[in-house]
Design a protein around this ligand. Structure first.
Ligand code: ACO
Length: 333
């Protein structure tokens, strides 16, 4: 049976750091509150002048992943990007990345699934490989959430950050690679997290955020309700993935969860009886980067040598839609 194997990872985050202290000057908040309630200490904010738009970050992350994989852009058949913040409504961020890379043989499109965008994209690419419709696929999660943050709403703007991560998939025929992907959605709960029309036009932003453009919509969230739903969904879909592949929590080498809130991650790990030493977190540095959080974390863990060949990696996510997903990868890099 053909499976997608991850043969390269890459990521990038913008240069500009926005700390919790910086946020104290923007909204009525404190470093202490943000750290205690979320685990976030700082996040990266993109700048148009530094070529850090969604497709530009996606391109930089993709170049790193392709370099590690030793795959030329012309050899890509498929580019799928999970994003809710493409540069434009259309064309897709994936088509912009195709142009930037010179990946002229690829089919390129975006997937909108909130913070689950990367796992949805991974599932699509893996299915294309498993059905022999594709040899080399580039799967990316890329977001510029700073552009849709409401910088007057302290309950959401402190959570968000920008960045991109990518993986290259190629067919493997053994037991290694993506063993399974499990996705779910519940549109009846869409109002817990959505993009609303901005009221009152562009917002006056402090100097530190001077390059954030006024998009016509901004993020709205019912954090409390989402929190509870997130913990249940993450644990349930992770269990479904492990059961499907005949694994127990003890078999997991590393869990790489979506980085929304450290308390959500801890509660999920506790439900799964996975010790925090086996859970990768980096939200202290980047905040919630939506679709980009898992591939950024995976790339960091990979480059730190935390992923050993033959070990099982559990990817698990939850986000707007509502959407959720999990995947088990038998590492083979
Ligand atoms: N600084 C200081 N006080 C704050 C802040 C802030 N930044 N934000 C909210 N507060 C206040 C509230 O006003 C409230 O005050 P009150 O008690 O006087 O009314 C109090 O803190 C508690 O607010 P809660 O919303 O109950 O705080 P909670 O502990 O739930 O934490 C948080 C809020 C961090 C948003 C949490 O609910 C959360 O992480 N939710 C899940 C987010 C998530 O998973 N999203 C899904 C993916 S995100 C995506 O797709 C982009």
């Amino acid at each position: 049976m053909l499976r997608g194997r991850i043969i390269g990872t890459g990521s990038t985050t913008p240069k500009r750091i926005l700390t919790n202290k910086d946020l104290e000057a923007i909204v009525d908040t404190t470093d202490e509150w943000i750290t205690r309630r979320t685990g976030i200490k700082e996040r990266r904010i993109s700048s148009k002048t530094r070529a850090e738009d969604t497709s530009e970050m996606a391109t930089a992350a993709s170049k790193r992943a392709l370099e590690m994989a030793g795959v030329a852009p012309e050899a890509l058949d498929l580019i799928v990007i999970g994003t809710v913040t493409p540069d434009r409504q259309f064309p897709s961020a994936a088509c912009m990345v195709q142009k930037n890379l010179g990946a002229r043989c690829a089919v390129a499109f975006d997937v909108s699934a909130g913070c689950s965008g990367f796992l949805y994209a991974l599932s699509i690419a893996n299915n294309a490989i498993a059905t022999n419709n594709c040899r080399n696929a580039l799967v990316v999660g890329a977001e510029r959430l700073s552009g849709i943050a409401d910088w007057q709403d302290r309950s959401t703007c402190v959570l968000l950050g920008d960045g991109a991560g990518a993986v290259v998939l190629t067919p493997g025929d053994g037991n290694e690679g993506i063993l399974s992907t499990h996705l779910g959605s519940d549109g009846s709960l869409w109002e817990l997290l959505y993009a609303s029309d901005r009221i009152g036009g562009p917002i006056e932003l402090p100097e530190i955020l001077d390059t954030v453009e006024g998009r016509p919509f901004c993020l709205k969230m019912e954090g409390n309700k989402l929190f509870k739903k997130a913990v249940c969904c993450l644990a349930d879909v992770a269990v479904a993935a492990m059961e499907h592949d005949g694994l127990s929590c003890d078999d997991i080498m590393l869990m790489v969860p979506h980085q929304a809130n450290l308390r959500i991650i801890r509660a999920t790990a506790e439900r799964l009886s996975i010790p925090m030493e086996k859970v990768y977190t980096n939200l202290d540095k980047y905040g919630n980067t939506s679709s980009a959080s898992i591939p950024i974390a995976l790339d960091e863990a990979n480059r730190k040598g935390m992923l050993k060949e033959g070990g099982y990696v559990l990817l698990v996510t939850f986000g707007a839609g509502l959407t959720w997903g999990a995947s088990i990868v038998k590492w083979s890099l």
